[in-house]
Ligand binder design. Structure first.
Ligand code: NAD
Length: 348
């Protein structure tokens, strides 16, 4: 028997908020029951969806009995909007990064924990069928002991993207906006990051914010990694283009992430596994095996999961503390680049 979709509040109706509204319409798990955004276009979105519109999150939560909320406001407004949901005992999915600072993230996590209200962070890649399969393989020991990982986040943002002032300023660059997804992905698949070294450059665009960075990582389990990010080069080597899971990115048949261990290696998103069938050693022949998983839209799956968490049948896949740790590791990249010194993080 089909159960009716869960009523949710959409707080923030900009680019990603509207995308969430579209996904809610496409899926059967949640329905947007009210929207909140002080911007001029949001009332029209409410009218289009046939739901009430509010300019303030608390006013919405006082008036409409929602069972969950999605917070898709600018980073600096995440904490306040999510705290309003927690005060109203409404499970909340906060877009990434959890907040704009570690201190605000701590405050938010503490509030959610003491109220016992689920807090989820929108690292949607964790809902990708490809990454779920990769996680099964890695956790299942197919690679043996993790040795190294190499992640690429290389693409060209169009010039018009930078017409918005904050995207040219520190905090608006590819490390905090984009690479944070790769940091979360590596933490989820390989384990906790305990040391970060980095160099960054603004030489391509000349803005105050970085356009390119090269990063070295040490994981708690002893594995090492590298990440390269730029939004100023022509290349297909990034997760979104390679995975082709989001409709607005034309998919490419390439890999962007490489994992190696003592027994085998794995490329993503193509899920190629390389290992020795018989004798081991660099002169021996490697066997390649490829798994093709069923495709699914991670944003849609994230909404199904939000419902399951709100109904108490699933635990958050990316709980607040996990999202906070991803923010810390991502901020460590900027700190390491700024100070030209390694940044060490607690093992967890
Ligand atoms: N997970 C992803 O793939 C992904 C993609 C894009 C953006 N994001 C994240 O989503 C958030 C929003 O990004 P965006 O690109 O949609 O930004 P945006 O600027 O397009 O939209 C933000 C909206 O929030 C509204 N807003 C501002 N303050 C508000 C408040 N206090 N209450 C309600 N609404 C408020 C603004 O009027 C605007 O319409 C950011 O944190 C960003 O990092 C995530």
């Amino acid at each position: 028997m089909n159960t009716p979709p869960l009523p949710v509040a959409l707080i923030g109706c900009g680019q990603i908020g509207r995308a969430h509204a579209g996904h809610a319409l496409r899926g059967q798990d949640v329905r947007v029951a009210a929207v909140c955004d002080p911007g001029p276009a949001a009332a029209a979105l409410g009218a289009q969806l046939g739901v009430p519109h509010f300019a303030d999150a608390r006013a919405l939560l006082d008036a409409v009995p929602v069972r969950a909320a999605i917070v898709a406001v600018p980073n600096q407004a995440h904490a306040d909007a999510a705290l309003a949901c927690i005060e109203h005992r409404v499970p909340v999915l906060v877009e990434k990064p959890i907040t704009d600072s570690v201190a605000e993230g701590e405050r938010l996590c503490a509030a959610a924990e003491s109220a016992g209200v689920p807090l989820l962070v929108g690292h949607q890649r964790r809902h990708s069928p490809t990454l779920r399969r990769a996680k099964q393989l890695i956790v299942g020991g197919v690679l043996g002991r993790p040795v190294s990982v190499h992640a690429m986040a290389v693409w060209l943002k169009p010039d018009a993207y930078f017409d918005v002032a904050w995207r040219r300023e520190p905090g608006g660059g590819p490390v905090l906006i984009n690479l944070i997804h790769d940091v979360d992905m590596l933490r989820w698949l390989v384990g906790e990051i305990v040391e970060v070294q980095a160099i960054a450059s603004n030489a391509q665009r000349g803005f105050a914010v970085e356009d390119t960075a090269a990063i070295a990582l040490r994981f708690a389990n002893g594995a090492l990694g590298t990440m390269g990010v730029t939004d100023a080069a022509v290349a297909p080597w990034n997760w979104d283009l390679a995975a082709g899971e989001a409709a607005h990115y034309p998919p490419q048949d390439i890999d962007s992430h490489y994992f190696s261990g003592t027994e085998a290696s794995l490329t993503l998103p193509r899920l190629n596994i390389y290992r020795y069938r018989e004798r081991r050693g660099w002169h021996e022949e490697l066997t390649q095996e490829r798994t093709i998983v069923h495709r699914a839209d991670p944003y849609l799956e994230q909404l199904r999961h939000l419902r399951a968490v709100a109904e108490g049948t699933e635990a958050p896949l990316c709980p607040g503390r996990d999202g906070l740790r991803t923010l810390q590791a991502t901020l460590a990249v900027l700190e390491a680049a700024r100070t030209q010194a390694p940044v060490r993080l607690a093992a967890g």
